[in-house]
Design a protein around this ligand. Sequence first.
Ligand code: NAP
Length: 323
Amino acid sequence: MAGDKTVCVTGGSGFIGAWLVRLLLDRGYSVHATVQNLHDENETKHLEDLEEHKSNRLRLFQIDLLDYDSILKAITGVSGVFHLASPCTVDKILDPEKEVLGPAIKGTNNVLVAAKELGVKRVVITSSISAIVPSRHWPADVVKNEDCWTDVEYCKQKELWYPASKTLAEKAAWEFAKEKGLEVVVVNPGTVMGPVLPPTLNASMLMLLRLFQGCTETYEDFFMGSVHVKDVALAHILVYENPAATGRHLCVEAISHYGDFAAKVAELYPEHQFPSIPRDTQPGLLRSKDGAKKLMDLGMQFISMEQIIKDSVESLKSKGFLS
Ligand SMILES: NC(=O)c1ccc[n+]([C@@H]2O[C@H](COP(=O)([O-])OP(=O)(O)OC[C@H]3O[C@@H](n4cnc5c(N)ncnc54)[C@H](OP(=O)(O)O)[C@@H]3O)[C@@H](O)[C@H]2O)c1
């Protein structure tokens, strides 16, 4: 399986990872996809189902982000790595080091060390808008862009461990890339939604489900815009294949507030009762249609918020999460 068209997707079993694996297989890549437990059908079956229609180009590997050797095995024989595996939650965290910071930061470091050791050509890291916001120090009259970084001290004070983990992991990746001369490129997706391939729901699809269930949370420090899961997968492939793609890439259909998103959901599904959510939910966040200009300049055309919501709701209904 060696060669330029063999890549590894860590977190291949996840919401975004499974879509990325699917699109890579469609494009003729051979894929090493990682899962946490090879014996758990919830993590493997939806990937094996993809493989039924392909020509034996998918291999599954079990990794633990804290176990370097497991990562080394998954990356052996590939020329590119997409590093998605990371704990992803907007819920309360009791043991930050164990639950998020350790796996995110040490995991990223393990992937980069293994990639360097094995001579991998390019590593795409899935960071997040959570490494861009919350960032209240940013000038109030300037639209947030890839130069903006999350304020880690603020995160620590407010116990926002997920944004802290994504920010520290991405910073560690840039430091490693610079020091060791490894080619790294980063995608920073907004809140990702769309058709779900795994049998369980990830954190961002849970946000939508909870809105339908009446949740009044406004995700003040967690939202910067939405993006279709297929667009996120495509953006990863675009920055991997395009040598001109460098640095960070904000990946949202537009910079918007959660209140805009909730209002659009309510407009599209008038038969449902939704909680009243204010329009401005992210203090000081300037809206922008072309927040993802860097990706647009590389050829990305983003699926609209309306279509993101329709595809997500259809998927929640077809999987029985929503009636
Ligand atoms: N969803 C969003 O809105 C969003 C937005 C921006 C960035 N991101 C980033 O995108 C990536 C994927 O997120 P997702 O939404 O697809 O989440 P997800 O469905 O929860 O997927 C997370 C993946 O990481 C794996 N993983 C988690 N902890 C691990 C560990 N300790 N060792 C090995 N593997 C581990 C999971 O494996 P198992 O399935 O086997 O447990 C799963 O494959 C994450 O880096 C996340 O921070 C997500």
